[in-house]
Design a protein around this ligand. Sequence first.
Ligand code: NAP
Length: 285
Amino acid sequence: MTARRIDGQEVARARHQDIARRSQAVTKARGRPPCLAALSIGDDHAWRVYQRRQRRLCGQLGLNYHDASLPADCPQDQLLAAIDQLNADEAIDGIIIQAPLPAGCATDVIQERLCPIKDVEGINPANLGLVVAGRDGFAPCTARAAWTLAQAAATDVRGMEAVVVGASVIVGRPVAQLLLAAEATVSVCHIATRDLAFHTRRADLLVVAVGKAGLITADMVRPGAIVIDVGINRIVDAAGQAQTVGDVDPGVWEVAGALTPVPGGVGSLTTTILVENTVAAAERR
Ligand code: NAP
């Protein structure tokens, strides 16, 4: 069997027209477009690449984009003050903060400071709580992207055996909650799971979000399963070339029924979800 490719770019593009229409409606009603603010700290290459994508997509879909920059060594107080300013700014609808944070900045303190209605990245525990309650909060963008691709591949996840590998607050746990809300039977595996393959082999739907290249091999996947690979890993291949790969070994293409590629899968949809959440935040305000 060769797995069907679940194309993140295609799923993203299919949402763009609706986001642009909603953005236009907000602009008409309020006299200004929705606005996403990015809080950058220092000059991180990966973040700048991500930011370019955010800015381009905002422009394409009719949103404003605001870049607020802080020095690499900014102390926590300065970062909190910058968040307060964006929280209070009437012209800003959504806020995203660069990660990882500088040394000395406590992630939980920063996440909690973000105004929940502007937290379009879904990192404030208030939003995570709404997701757990099955209510209308912003789920973290990567989790929402993984869930959206699972929906694109499965006609109905209700009753499916869903296994999530990785239990981070930003990806694994919220994905599990979104699957649970859709009435899948969900197991979450993590570093202390005794026999990972026992669980993954039972999965009709397998979501992998760990950050270990080749963690999931073909013998760990049930034939025909839907596999969502969230992992992003930089490796050097046998020919000495640097490559971006997921957590799923290429051999899984021969076993799975459908699989997200890396790159071109979950990561391709994440920015679209971020922009979509910004429009939703503007609509709510
Ligand atoms: P993370 O915070 O490091 O969490 C990884 C999770 O996997 C943790 O729960 C960890 O447990 C668990 N784990 C580690 N080794 C394991 C193993 N051998 N078996 C089972 N579970 C294991 O990472 P994250 O932020 O969730 O990100 C996960 C991956 O997704 C990374 O590759 C990241 O680059 C990628 N990612 C992609 C996007 C995107 O847009 N596509 C966005 C964000 C992240 P412990 O913490 O207990 O060790």
